[in-house]
Design a binder for this molecule. Structure first.
Ligand SMILES: O=P(O)(O)OC[C@@H](O)[C@@H](O)c1c[nH]c2ccccc12
Length: 258
């Protein structure tokens, strides 16, 4: 468990000549009583790591699909405390590494020290906190250092070179290459600049480079995963899970196998 677990899981898949697939789901969408089943389904479908979103009332970086999932989760009474309790109960059944994606506000509300401690106790391996820039890391550095959690950094196509370098160096577990500018959600064309962008990231990063945002079809999964070490898919997974189309999720995940 911890920092190295995420990187190792991805590298192991890559060593087998395959790419990594990280599905994102919203914790508590359809009730936390279903979280175990959802995670096990993703694991059995071939997920390398799972990104689990914490529902929040003001999700500035989320597209409409994930915003709706967050609203559904909140309506079900999902709280951070209940998520940790559920994870603790089910964690031993789920073998894939888990990354929590949360905005900083719920973390402050929960209590910084308590958040990092409970994350670790619940078997969380890494964190994505998109609204805390690298420079502000000192906000929680002290508490984070007492844990073995990986802090995953996001880089965008529009980041200046120097910034790309520092983010690539700082990222733990993997480096998240944001492949479109703007919010999350499906889109149809692969950016031409993507290939050179991912090459550049690979050069500066000691951890695997995975691309995410706007990936929604098996063809896109195949194409984009081939440029780096794997892909992250959120909105499409959330949508298919909501509609009960599990066979399509399976197909999407299996697309990383070529
Ligand atoms: O939904 P998409 O377009 O497939 O993109 C993944 C993304 O949703 C997921 O990683 C995520 C959900 N919320 C976020 C907020 C910031 C960064 C990333 C995320």
């Amino acid at each position: 468990m911890g920092k190295r677990t995420i990187q190792q899981a991805i590298e192991q898949v890559n060593q087998n000549g395959e790419k990594a697939f990280i599905p994102y789901i919203m914790a508590g969408d359809h009730g936390l009583e279903n979280l175990r089943d959802q995670l096990l389904f993703l694991q059995q479908s071939g997920a390398t790591v799972i990104e689990l979103g914490i529902p929040f009332s003001d999700p500035v970086a989320d597209g409409p699909t994930i915003q709706e999932a967050g609203k559904r989760a909140l309506k079900q009474g999902t709280t951070l405390k209940k998520i940790f309790d559920t994870l603790q109960e089910i964690r031993q059944d789920v073998t894939v590494p888990i990354v929590l994606m949360t905005y900083i506000n719920p973390v402050f509300k929960y209590g910084l020290e308590r958040f990092f401690k409970d994350s670790e106790n619940a078997g969380v391996d890494g964190l994505i906190i998109p609204d805390v820039p690298l420079e502000q890391r000192s906000l929680f550095e002290q508490h984070m250092q007492q844990t073995d959690l990986a802090l995953i950094q996001l880089v965008t196509l529009t980041s200046p070179d120097q910034r790309i370098e520092s983010l690539a160096k700082a990222s733990e577990g993997f480096l998240y290459a944001v492949t479109v500018t703007g919010i999350t959600g499906a889109r149809s064309e692969v950016s031409e600049k993507l290939e050179s962008f991912i090459d550049k990231l690979k050069k500066h990063s000691d951890v695997p480079v995975l691309a995410g945002f706007g990936i929604s079809t098996p063809a896109q999964v195949r194409e984009i995963s081939s440029l780096g070490d794997g892909v992250i898919v959120g909105s499409r997974i959330v949508d298919l899970l909501h509609k009960g189309k599990r066979d399509e999720i399976f197909e999407l995940i299996q697309a990383v196998r070529g």
